[in-house]
Design a protein around this ligand. Structure first.
Ligand code: ADP
Ligand code: MG
Length: 695
């Protein structure tokens, strides 16, 4: 109901755009958007990443190098020095000792505030400078009287920041958001089954932790944190369950040709399917014949042979008169899948189509027309498959490879590409091995199949870590190996996620290696190459014309050249375990014993040393994933998008795994009742509740 409020502006609600808050103009709003904050409600859930304790004034004599401390003292001197950089130097004294405060950026007002005899309260990090201990650019206040500068009574929350938005600004905005929440009946609604404190009280504890026990808060053991993380995990479960329910309520195409398809494939394949592959194909066959849409996650370590399983499912659909698409995260991988599937399926008389983002207009239009006509039944593509002009005549199955690179939203978009009334089956393939409890949290909407067996004859990739000083030896050994018919990858890494810089680094290494190993045929592949050239490079490596392939991490996912048996990873210390494992998975695919050399730049950090050690001694992807979880936490392991539907804000699906069974029961209770609570909690934690409820 519209209500006119005397005095002009309507009151701010949780749904209001943040620009209506005091202190948030359009410029700030743009920056807040980078933090995922658009509406007032988003501010509530922008939670502190840590806290500072400014509740005690530390006597200056107690300060040690490296301390973060709140101090207070009388100004005994202030001047501007020009030695080197212009700086403002203020010396304060608290009766017991003195401390130098230094500022490199300051204005006249600031300078004049520090008159002798006034008092300063400052918070910052203590460092050893040229003349003893100092604080550079502390947060400070100045007053005539120390009583005007008391210590805080609450902890100071520190928030993840975007450039141009200060902590103080954020705190002010969040205060206003808390006030808006206190006026919102939906926010104050009782949620049966969740123990107190209620949501608002819990958020208050986190945003303004007054009189709270710092220890509990920092250990994430405070009841307020428990309440919020349970609510978040619950929201997640609710979303996934809703998605699954709505999907399963729709009819799926009944396909009864998967087992015959598998048998036909087997006749042309040069190898026998493993027991695990046959079992999983059986599970898929069962799903596809059920009349309900399949929702299945296929997990299996790199190299276990997921592609053939997908091929069997896709061929099954084709034999049943339906279309199937396989979606890959990169052009390179899509091209390779197209190549492999073409080889497998042409042998049984089925044509494979390709849709890539790089196609020329005419080419693309021809492909689109064939997709719509339905005469090509098996398709491979990248994100290009999502575009709204892509339509299929009879889409029956969507296979998503290396799922962690796609968001759920994209999966949903593909699903809508089927004919009206039929929901395509979904097979999500992931090479990121995830412990069971975590899978339950992240993929609560999917059934899970696991390929827990590698094809026979594989031996573990022998892995060594060598410092860059030993590069000459490495070069010598690669030369020898390649002359004896083996092939090798040389992977260049960069921390920056920039295609251009990566490409430059790879080109540089490529030039270098060509001079260092003049007798070898060296190839180069990176994300900046034009598609035909990349294709040609990969083909040359695939058919053995190139012996050494210099590559960026574009080859991380899925690339399959069984004869390649050596991998050098440059600056391996920069990469995480999951990525190293993926990369290493590119070798050890044939029957030859394979080697992986992790080159690093000394000195190594403790964490990097541990990672390299794990890689050296462990080959099982699940164990590596477990280490990775311990070293980094799931958010980082999986990447934000990988955490599925929602980026978790406070819950940690590994640490909080024990909460899941209870919350799953609660989710079911809520969903079988009015669903009102479910909507509230989803809107609160996930946003866009309608989108998930409608599907
Ligand atoms: P991933 O699961 O990592 O996607 P791929 O499907 O790329 O693995 O398969 C890895 C390699 O193993 C490919 O060269 C594939 O042809 C081969 N392969 C798959 N299944 C078998 C099998 N049952 N026996 C022998 N080789 C196999
Ligand atoms: Mg693969």
């Amino acid at each position: 109901m519209a209500r006119v409020v005397s005095g002009g502006k309507p009151p701010v609600t949780l749904a209001t755009d943040v620009t209506y808050l005091k202190g948030a103009g359009p410029a700030i709003a743009t920056r807040l958007r980078a933090l995922g904050i658009e509406r007032v409600q988003d501010l509530l859930f922008h939670l502190p990443s840590r806290y500072e304790d400014r509740r005690r004034i530390v006597p200056l004599v107690e300060l040690r190098d490296g301390d973060e401390a709140l101090v207070r003292g009388r100004v005994v001197g202030a001047d501007v020095r020009f030695a080197g950089r212009r700086s403002l130097r203020v010396v304060i004294d608290d009766g017991g000792s003195s401390l130098l405060l230094r500022f490199f950026h300051f204005n006249d007002t600031q300078k004049q505030a520090f008159t002798e005899g006034r008092w300063v309260r400052a918070y910052g990090t203590v460092r050893t400078g040229a003349n003893g201990l100092e604080m550079v650019h502390p947060e400070y206040r100045v007053a005539d009287d120390p009583a005007q500068l008391p210590p805080d009574t609450a902890l100071t929350p520190l928030y993840p920041l975007a450039t141009g938005v200060t902590q103080q600004r954020l705190r002010g905005l969040i205060q206003q958001a808390l006030q808006a929440a206190a006026r919102d009946p939906a926010f104050l609604a009782e949620l049966p089954g969740l123990a107190p404190p209620d949501t608002l009280s819990a958020l208050r504890v986190l945003h303004e932790p007054a009189g709270t026990d710092l220890g509990d808060l920092l250990l994430q053991r405070h009841p307020a944190q428990l309440r919020l993380l349970r609510e978040e995990l619950l929201a997640h479960q609710l979303c996934m369950r809703l998605l699954r329910r709505r999907t399963l309520a729709q009819p799926g195409a009944r396909v009864e040709h998967v087992l015959p398809a598998s048998a036909r494939l087997q006749e042309t394949l040069p190898f026998a399917l493993t027991g695990a592959q046959r079992r999983v194909i059986g599970e898929i066959a069962h799903d596809l014949a059920s009349g309900k849409p399949m929702l299945r996650l296929l997990q299996g370590d790199v190299g276990c042979g997921k592609t053939v399983v997908a091929a069997a499912a896709m061929l099954g659909c084709a034999l049943g008169g339906l279309q199937a698409v396989l979606m890959a995260p990169t052009e390179l991988l899509a091209e390779q899948h197209a190549h492999n599937l073409t080889a497998m399926l042409n042998a049984v008389g089925v044509e494979v189509g390709m849709l890539s983002g790089r196609m020329k207009k005419a080419e693309r239009e021809a492909a689109l027309a064939r997709a719509l006509r339905g005469d090509i039944r098996v398709w491979v593509g990248t994100h290009a498959l999502f575009q709204s002009d892509v339509r299929f005549a009879r889409l029956g199955l969507v296979v998503v490879d290396e799922q962690h690179r796609f968001g759920v939203g994209q999966r949903l978009a593909l699903r809508d590409k089927g004919p009206r009334g039929v929901t395509p089956h979904q097979l999500i393939m992931s090479a990121t091995p995830i412990p069971r409890t975590l899978a339950q949290t992240l993929y609560a909407d999917l059934d899970v199949s696991v390929i827990d067996e590698l094809p026979p004859g594989r031996s573990p990739v022998q892995t060594v870590a060598l410092s860059n000083e030993r590069r000459p030896e490495v070069l010598e050994r690669i030369g020898e190996a390649c002359r004896s018919g083996r092939q090798a990858y040389w992977v260049c890494t960069l921390i920056e996620d920039s295609d251009q810089l990566q490409a430059q680094a790879a080109e540089e290494t490529y030039r270098q290696l060509r001079t260092e190993l003049p007798e070898l045929h060296v190839g180069l592949v990176h994300g900046r190459l034009k598609s035909p050239e990349k294709d040609a490079q990969m083909r040359a490596f695939q058919n053995g014309a190139t012996q050494l392939l210099v590559a960026t991490t574009v080859i991380e996912v899925g690339v399959d050249v069984p004869n390649a048996s050596i991998m050098i990873i440059d600056n391996a210390e920069r990469l995480g375990l999951a990525q190293l494992h993926q990369l290493r998975g590119r070798v050890g695919r044939g029957t030859a014993a394979s080697q992986c050399v992790l080159m690093y730049q000394a000195p190594l950090s403790e964490a990097a040393r541990t990672r390299l050690e794990v890689m050296r001694t462990t080959h099982d992807g699940f164990k590596i994933a477990q280490h990775d979880l311990e070293l980094r936490g799931p958010g980082e392991l999986l990447g934000r998008r990988q955490t599925g539907l929602i980026g978790l804000k406070i819950a940690d699906p590994v640490r909080d795994a024990e909460q899941i069974p209870g919350l799953q029961k609660l989710a079911d209770r809520w969903l079988s009742a009015s669903q009102a609570e479910a909507r509230i909690v989803i809107a609160r934690w996930v946003g866009d509740a309608e989108k998930y409820a409608q599907v």
